[in-house]
Design a protein around this ligand. Structure first.
Ligand code: F6R
Length: 248
């Protein structure tokens, strides 16, 4: 379940290979994707490898985990904009291949239901890529989210807004709400790859390792998933038992 490599660069190399091999085996792969600082080197490595060794990505479909409510796709901090910059353009996808919840929707419940249906209609997710919040969230499923939820609107936890402050000019500009894929959709993916890098993730990963399955730590549900990989750099793995580090 754990794959620990020395650096964020080695994490990006490992995860990008894993995803590209999947697409090579199945060009119609349905990928669940995340945004955030952890994913930037992963997507950069994918784009670089595709340039060196062309791959048919024309039949790929992607579904992002989440989007801030209130931010239009053109907003530089929207997740649609992040994906455009870091994934869609560098990898060369067409707009129709890429799905994110609409942060400017007027009927949130309807948008969430439509997003869930679209995932179903695509046949579900082959691989779901996840980061982890410092409070243990996956997607924007904050602590306390019921494990059986599908795509829904959430109020972001104060910790999440603080963590994401760095991307905005002022704290008050960090959105308060978002739409996120639900835990049941994440758990229905055939394969889940959780990625974390950096010393600031060490504490939550140690908690995750120790924890029983508990809604207060959303990522703990992954212990029930039959095919999950947790890919870490040594800094993020620093508080895990040393036998995991030695196993590599
Ligand atoms: C983003 C997402 C979040 C992030 C998590 C870690 O789409 O779903 O769960 O993966 O907050 O973010 P970073 O990578 O910025 O530490």
């Amino acid at each position: 379940m754990f794959k620990i490599v020395p650096t964020p660069c080695a994490v990006a190399d490992f995860v990008s290979d894993l995803l590209l091999q999947h697409i090579e085996r199945k060009p119609t792969t349905v990928l669940g994707l995340a945004t955030g600082a952890t994913m930037e080197p992963v997507y950069a490595a994918m784009a670089q490898k595709i340039q060196q060794r062309p791959l048919d990505v024309g039949r790929l479909t992607t579904f992002n985990l989440d989007e801030y409510l209130g931010l239009p796709a053109q907003h530089p901090q929207s997740y649609a904009h992040f994906m455009q910059r870091h994934f869609v353009e560098p990898i060369g996808l067409r707009a129709q291949q890429v799905n994110l919840p609409d942060g400017t929707c007027t009927d949130t419940a309807q948008e969430c239901a439509a997003y869930s249906q679209k995932i179903d209609a695509a046949g579900g997710l082959d691989v779901q890529l996840l980061g982890i919040g410092s409070n243990g969230h996956i997607g924007f499923n904050e602590p306390g989210t019921p494990f059986d939820c599908t795509t829904h609107a959430v109020e972001l936890a104060p910790q999440t807004r603080r963590d994401n402050e760095r991307f905005f000019a002022e704290t008050k500009m960090v959105p308060t709400h978002a739409i996120t894929m639900g835990i049941s959709e994440i758990m229905a993916a055939n394969e889940v790859v959780l990625v974390a890098t950096g010393a600031h993730k060490a504490e939550i990963l140690a908690q995750l390792y120790e924890s029983t399955i508990d809604e207060r730590l959303p990522a703990s549900i992954l212990k029930q998933h039959p095919n999950v990989k947790v890919v870490l750099d040594e800094a993020a793995a620093a508080l895990l038992p040393s036998h995991l580090l030695q196993a590599g």
